[in-house]
Design a protein around this ligand. Structure first.
Ligand code: ADP
Ligand code: MG
Length: 345
């Protein structure tokens, strides 16, 4: 089946005077896996609920392909959903849960059974079809929810924090499996999470939301390395925001007149890892902490805010020797120094 693009066009939703969605526009490409990433309360669920038809927007519209679905009932939108709180029916067994969307669409019984079993095989639950929901683990329940969402072959999938209740190891396995399922089926997917790493790992593109607006839509690497706002920079990891002129260039060229972002892990303790066009930052070491995979150093530059420096444990020898209070210079390649237009430190 051919994948469809999703168009979200100037969608606005207010609860009283509180604006949950502030003219959100977004184009999702056919077959794309796009993640909405943002802190709690940024409007992610509201946007998915509106797209699925459970929340009525004040203005704006939704298109699947060139079909305007803004006013359609939820079950006529051709959208599969896996919501965090969109619970399975506990009194029905696994098979009946997965058959349910087909029964709703009046699919003949034998065909519904065949397709439900097929969907269960896709999520690796063959053999559990007669099991009660109550007898399943959290991970198995999410697989049932996935099977139920794909069983009627929707053109679009929406997933709202489907893995947030699972522990970390299982979550990572399921991230991989959801992405693989997406690649097998080619369904245009919008996935919601507040977990940066999950968004970076799973997505073709990430849309970062804050306060009912999309701040940036880009590939995971662009979002991480080239954030367009200070909010995106800081939400995506350990970002140092440096005032103009607070770093020197190694080759003695002029210092930058822009606000810069340098990620904690972009720093090196040795200038040999950095080209002549790189930057250097001189200061006093305030603290060091061992975090397993890396060391976190806190550096107080001469006349500037504290800077976080993250050194991989592979270079641990360099860090073990360091003592708080000593002078330290750290270096970063020019490619890892990113100017944030319009930002102030
Ligand atoms: P997210 O999923 O990103 O955490 P939500 O879309 O759930 O954010 O919520 C966005 C904002 O809208 C929140 O401040 C929330 O309190 C508010 N909100 C959501 N649903 C309602 C509602 N039914 N009535 C009033 N306010 C709501
Ligand atoms: Mg939510």
């Amino acid at each position: 089946m051919k994948s469809l693009p999703i168009t979200i066009d100037s969608v606005r939703k207010a609860y009283g005077s509180y604006v949950a969605l502030d003219d959100v526009s977004l184009d999702v490409r056919p077959g794309e896996f796009l993640t909405l990433l943002g802190p709690s309360g940024s409007g992610k669920t509201t946007l998915l609920m509106a797209l699925a038809g459970f929340v009525r927007p004040d203005s704006g519209k939704f298109l699947l392909g060139d079909r305007d679905i803004t006013r359609l009932a939820p079950n006529r939108r051709d959208i599969g959903i896996v919501f965090q709180n969109y619970a399975l029916f506990p009194h029905m067994n696994v098979l009946a849960n997965v058959e349910y969307p087909l029964a709703l669409r009046k699919t003949p019984k034998a065909e519904a059974r065949r397709r439900a079993l097929e969907a269960l095989a896709r999520v690796k639950l063959e053999g559990l079809s007669e099991r009660n929901i109550a007898a399943l683990s959290g991970g198995q329940r999410q697989r049932v929810a996935l099977a139920r969402a794909i069983v009627f072959e929707p053109r679009v999938m929406l997933m709202d924090e489907p893995l947030s209740a699972l522990d970390r190891n299982l979550r990572e396995t399921m991230q991989y499996e959801i992405r693989r399922l997406h690649d097998d089926l080619g369904i245009t997917t919008i996935y919601v999470t507040h977990d940066q790493r999950e968004a970076l790992t799973m997505s073709d593109r990430v849309a970062v939301m804050n306060s009912g607006r999309i701040q940036q839509i880009d590939t995971p690497q662009q979002i991480y390395d080239r954030p367009s706002t200070r909010f995106v920079a800081e939400f995506m990891g350990e970002a140092n925001i440096l005032a103009p002129g607070s770093v020197r260039t190694i080759d003695g060229g002029g210092a930058s007149r822009e606000t810069l972002m340098i990620r904690a892990e972009s720093f090196h303790l040795d200038a040999k890892f950095v080209g002549q066009d790189g930057v250097a930052l001189d200061g006093t070491l305030r603290a060091k902490a061992f975090r397993g995979e890396n060391w976190l150093l806190t550096l107080a530059p001469d006349g500037g805010q504290e800077v976080l420096v993250c050194i991989p444990s592979a270079f641990a020898g360099d860090c073990a020797e360091l003592a708080a209070g000593q002078r330290l210079t750290v270096y970063a390649s020019a490619a890892k120094v990113h100017a944030i237009p319009g930002a102030t430190a």
